[in-house]
Design a protein around this ligand. Structure first.
Ligand SMILES: Cc1cc2nc3c(=O)[nH]c(=O)nc-3n(C[C@H](O)[C@H](O)[C@H](O)COP(=O)(O)OP(=O)(O)OC[C@H]3O[C@@H](n4cnc5c(N)ncnc54)[C@H](O)[C@@H]3O)c2cc1C
Length: 405
């Protein structure tokens, strides 16, 4: 049922016009109000705080506010529905509009919990998810390797079969929250078949003997790490899903998470647009305001079109996933591709409006400029999204309707 009440005044971090669309249900409006309130009350991190500590603190705060409670499979139905894809996208958009690391903490926790929710045994779900839903324990999703990021079929970290379990040997890299997570979901080569057919997912505790982590510094400070496994023993019960079924878990998880990256990109872009508008409206220029110049106004018009298109594509993809439409993965790729590319342009335009002031270290435009860049790479680079979208177009279709007229 479409919402009836106008959500504007109480869901300030989200676009009330988008929330009025029939994609959304009343419970989404409730969630939009809760996440907006949480964002409005969020205090900036203390100067110089290690992003790993910030991430832990934010995760606990999100847990305390019940914003991760939907990850607990035993939660009440009205709590679990906050975790539908429309809900996840609304939360990521609001968080990214407010604070990069809050979005990072939320999104990595969801990414790590999703495969357990969807493929875990009752015991695995019971053991890991309540703590993650409370924000008290955290997870990571460790897939990428130095030599295999986009190309999952080339993953090399080995899981050698031994009595009672496996030995993990090799390394993962670029793992979000890799040095802070309590639990890693690790994709390893078990060799049931070639390429994608020979991969298995494992749930691995962070205190596993022989596992070492090393922090990687990126342009935007986020907690990213390399995980090195030196013949680490894991029991058979740590297998997630079935042996040889790891690629399905990874691809399915990424297909669902991608649209939420588009939502975060939208949040970053809205933040940049707000900053640029405030600046252009107040900056004196040629006897008027910067905003009054025709070329500047035209730039803002282009930004409005991009924000609207991105918001609609994200909402469509999330709605398709929530109704389990067979083609949702393509919509997820479309939303991610468009929203992340558009957000990069909107943030760049924001820097341009600020002029030199937009390049000062630590200024909002400069921070956004560093923060937005990785979204066109992680969870599938833009080129990979184009390949996914184009694949559907490849089979021969019906004749062109104008042919033979
Ligand atoms: C902030 C951040 C967080 C991340 N978090 C995680 C995480 O939690 N877990 C994890 O496992 N990984 C994570 N990653 C890694 C991320 O998933 C990879 O960086 C990404 O999949 C790309 O892999 P790559 O970096 O090895 O680049 P490559 O695979 O080497 O690709 C490089 C470039 O080649 C081009 N390319 C690749 N494939 C194709 C293709 N099929 N068609 C056309 N062009 C192509 C693209 O331009 C691409 O950007 C994270 C990365 C970042 C930046």
């Amino acid at each position: 049922m479409p919402p009836t009440a106008a959500p504007g005044a109480t869901a300030g971090r989200l676009d009330p016009e988008i929330l009025r669309l029939p994609f959304y249900e009343p419970h989404h409006l409730g969630l939009a109000r809760r996440i907006s309130r949480w964002c409005e009350e969020l205090k900036p991190a203390p100067d110089g705080e290690d992003p790993r500590e910030t991430g832990r603190r934010l995760l606990r705060a999100l847990g305390d506010a019940g914003l991760l409670a939907h990850l607990d499979p035993d939660a009440a139905e009205e709590v679990r529905r906050d975790g539908d894809f429309r809900g996840l996208c609304l939360v990521r958009e609001a968080l990214a509009r407010t604070d990069d690391l809050a979005d990072f903490a939320f999104s990595v926790q969801v990414l790590a919990a999703l495969p357990i929710l969807r493929y875990g045994t009752a015991e695995q779900r019971r053991r890991h998810l309540p703590g993650m839903a409370a924000g008290r324990t955290s997870g990571s999703f460790a897939v990428s390797e130095e030599q295999a990021g986009s190309d999952l079929a080339a993953l090399a970290l080995r899981a050698e079969r031994v009595e009672g379990g496996y030995l993990l040997d090799g390394a993962k890299t670029w793992v979000a929250c890799g040095s802070t997570a309590d639990l890693h979901c690790v994709l390893a080569r078990t060799g049931e078949g070639p390429g994608l057919l020979g991969l298995t997912a494992f749930l691995v505790p962070a205190d596993l003997p022989g596992l070492h982590t090393e922090q990687v510094a990126l342009t935007a400070p986020r907690s990213l790490a390399t995980l090195s496994f030196d013949r680490c023993p894991v029991p058979e019960s740590s297998v997630l899903g079935r042996p040889g079924g790891g690629a399905v878990i990874a691809l399915d998880t990424l297909a669902r998470a991608r649209m939420t990256v588009g939502a975060a990109a939208l949040g970053f872009a809205r933040c940049a647009r707000d900053a640029a508008l405030t600046r252009a409206r107040s900056r004196p220029m040629q006897g008027g305001r910067l905003f009054d110049l025709d070329t500047v106004k035209a730039g803002f018009a282009d930004t409005e079109v991009k924000l609207n298109a991105a918001a609609l594509l994200v909402a469509r993809a999330a709605w398709e996933a929530d109704r389990a439409a067979p083609g949702f993965a393509r919509h997820s790729s479309i939303a991610k591709l468009y929203a992340t590319e558009a957000a990069q342009q909107v943030v760049d335009a924001c820097v341009q409006v600020f002029g030199a002031a937009g390049l000062v270290s630590g200024s909002l435009p400069e921070s956004l400029y560093r923060q937005i860049r990785s979204l066109r790479i992680y969870e599938g680079a833009s080129e990979v999204q184009r390949a996914i979208i184009a694949e559907v177009l490849a089979p021969a279709g019906p004749a062109h309707p104008r042919e033979g007229r």
